[in-house]
Structure formats: structure tokens, C-alpha cells
Design a binder for this molecule. Structure first.
Ligand code: IDP
Ligand code: MG
Length: 139
């Protein structure tokens, strides 16, 4: 069964949205296999967002992702990688459709210039495998 890695980002934890996000995952029928509240480490984030480290917004992304605790998890289900991306909605809150998590809960921007968009989900099978290994030391 396909697995994906997800995060409930610090803005969402701060705003009391853990239950709301987990509830949507469960109602959709995906099975949560790993779940942990943690504080992200800068080196881990650099590895996780390796493709973005040279972007001008990367320092803001680091500040956002280390601004408080976040939830990391692994879930599985049919086509969970693509389905979870659809449930999340577009990266930019202003482009995320109503009904998606970002479309319903994400704010346009936070105190800094990062895009505070509530949730993360792996974008491919290769990313899922890599990210699960990175955050949970397993494959
Ligand atoms: P995704 O989270 O929808 O997969 P990515 O392009 O992988 O989007 O970017 C990772 C995260 O980096 C986004 O969720 C968002 O928090 C942040 N981000 C992406 N693009 C920008 C930008 O142009 N400015 C500020 N932050 C950004
Ligand atoms: Mg991404």
C-alpha cells in the first residue's frame, strides 16, 4: 500500500488545527502509521527542502518551520500521495480552492515572507521514501 509523509506545520499547531487536519485524514480513510510532535532541526530542514536552499525565501522558510512545534506523520492508503496533495490544495493560499485544507485554513502570509500554508505532503513516491527516511530514520 502506498505511503506518504505529511506535516502539520507550526502555524497550524499554533492555531489549534491539529485535530482538524488529522480528522480529515481519518475521514478520508487514510491510515496514520506514525505520528509525532517535534521541534524541527535546521539541518533536517535543509535536507528536507534541499531543492529550495538557494531560493531567496529560504531563510524565511527556515524561520517559519522552526517557529514552534510541528507534527510529522506517515499515512498509507490507495493513491495517498496524489490524494493528499489534492486535499492540501495549492501551495499559495490565494490559489488554494475552498474545500482543500489550505483553501479553508491557510493565511496569505505570516509575520515573515514565507508562505504559511498549514500542511506538507510528499510530491512523489521517491520524495515520500526519502522524507520518511529522513524524519523517522526508516524506509
Ligand atoms: P509544497 O509545500 O506545496 O510542496 P514547495 O514548492 O515544495 O510547495 O515549497 C515548500 C514550501 O516552501 C511551501 O509549502 C511554502 O511553505 C514555502 N514556499 C514555497 N514557495 C515559496 C515562495 O515563493 N515564497 C515563500 N515561501 C515559499
Ligand atoms: Mg513540496
Amino acid at each position: 500500500m502506498e505511503k506518504t509523509f505529511f506535516m502539520i506545520k507550526p502555524d497550524a499547531v499554533r492555531r489549534g488545527l491539529i485535530g482538524e487536519v488529522l480528522s480529515r485524514i481519518e475521514k478520508r480513510g487514510f491510515v496514520i502509521e506514525r505520528l509525532e510532535l517535534c521541534q524541527a532541526d535546521e539541518n533536517l530542514l535543509k535536507a528536507h527542502y534541499a531543492a529550495l536552499v538557494d531560493e531567496p525565501f529560504f531563510p524565511d522558510l527556515l524561520a517559519y518551520m522552526t517557529s514552534g512545534p510541528l507534527v510529522i506523520g506517515v499515512m498509507f492508503g490507495n493513491d495517498v500521495i496524489a490524494s493528499w496533495r489534492l486535499m492540501m490544495g495549492a501551495t499559495k493560499p490565494q490559489e488554494a480552492l475552498p474545500g482543500t485544507i489550505r483553501g479553508d485554513f491557510a493565511q496569505a502570509a505570516g509575520a515573515n515572507q514565507s508562505i504559511e500554508n498549514v500542511v506538507h505532503g510528499s510530491d512523489s513516491a521517491a520524495s515520500a521514501k526519502r522524507e520518511i527516511g529522513l524524519w523517522f530514520n526508516e524506509v
